[in-house]
Design a protein around this ligand. Structure first.
Ligand SMILES: Nc1ncnc2c1ncn2[C@@H]1O[C@H](COP(=O)(O)OP(=O)(O)OP(=O)(O)O)[C@@H](O)[C@H]1O
Length: 253
């Protein structure tokens, strides 16, 4: 399912946080949302998730406006992995993953979820089976991040929205998470700070700067030294690495 923002403006506390943002996130593609702190990445993800309505413009899931979807249907279509998950849940890791199945439960208490095994598959994909019975409060930041990914996968969404999903993860788990996400083939929008990771795992980039789209399109067309200088104020060489076969960013102090 494709996701589109059409001329989206959003105002918070009197500040224009997103200003006429238009971006197309094609079906099945992984789109990286990059940009400096405060440029509007989280805000755009919240609007794509339908958790807020824009002051102006439209957010489309497929051909439908997200704001018009009933909450339950929206929860089946879109999973959002937020930056800071709640820290005081008195639940086991498995119970946290099971929260992803809420949109599929019957409307009556105790009604069975016909696809409970999905939880096992989601935990396996995020490599958190061994954490199943651990208390959420006892998990490290990286373990929580992987459990939250499993919860998002258990939702079986058509659109996966990830807000800095590699936060807290060591290098191996960062690569593993992004590889897992790519393999799903689900339309994904991921806010990322690491430009090398974004270049390696995203098909396309949307670059935000002060609430506006500074550039968007396929990684190799968007990411260059001019963009890094303009948007981040950093001098860098952006080149296709011969043996790695991907665009890399080497910055200079
Ligand atoms: N509720 C709010 N009231 C006022 N301003 C807000 C509110 N929420 C966000 N903002 C402002 O909107 C701007 C964009 O914030 P947002 O969190 O979307 O940026 P971001 O690109 O995700 O940043 P980061 O990389 O630091 O996570 C920031 O200037 C932020 O201070």
């Amino acid at each position: 399912m494709r996701v589109g923002a059409q001329d989206v403006t959003w105002i918070r506390g009197g500040q224009t946080v997103l200003d006429s943002v238009t971006a197309e996130m094609p079906e099945g593609a992984v789109t990286g949302l990059i940009g400096p702190n405060g440029s509007g990445k989280t805000s755009l993800l919240l609007l794509l998730a339908g958790l807020h309505r824009p002051a102006h413009g439209r957010v489309l899931l497929g051909e439908r406006e997200v704001a018009t979807l009933p909450a339950r249907e929206r929860a089946r279509l879109v999973a959002l992995l937020e930056q800071q998950a709640a820290t005081s849940l008195p639940l086991t890791a498995r119970q946290v993953v099971e929260l992803g199945r809420i949109p599929y439960r019957g409307r009556w208490p105790g009604a069975a979820d016909p696809a409970a095994s999905v939880v096992d598959e989601a935990m396996a994909a995020a490599h958190v089976q061994e954490l199943a019975e651990r208390g959420w409060n006892t998990l490290s930041g990286g373990e929580r991040q992987r459990v939250q990914l499993a919860r998002s996968l258990a939702q079986q969404p058509s659109v996966l929205l990830l807000d800095e999903p590699t936060n807290h993860l060591d290098l191996g788990h960062q690569l593993d998470l992004l590889r897992t996400v790519r393999r799903l083939g689900v339309t994904t929008v991921a806010a990322l700070h690491d430009l090398d990771l974004a270049a390696a795992y995203c098909d396309r980039l949307v670059v935000l700067d002060e609430g506006r789209v500074a550039a968007s399109g396929p990684v190799e067309e968007v990411l260059d030294s001019g963009l890094v200088a303009r948007v981040y104020g950093v001098t860098a060489e952006v080149e296709r690495h011969r043996s790695a076969g991907r665009v890399t960013v080497v910055w200079h102090r």
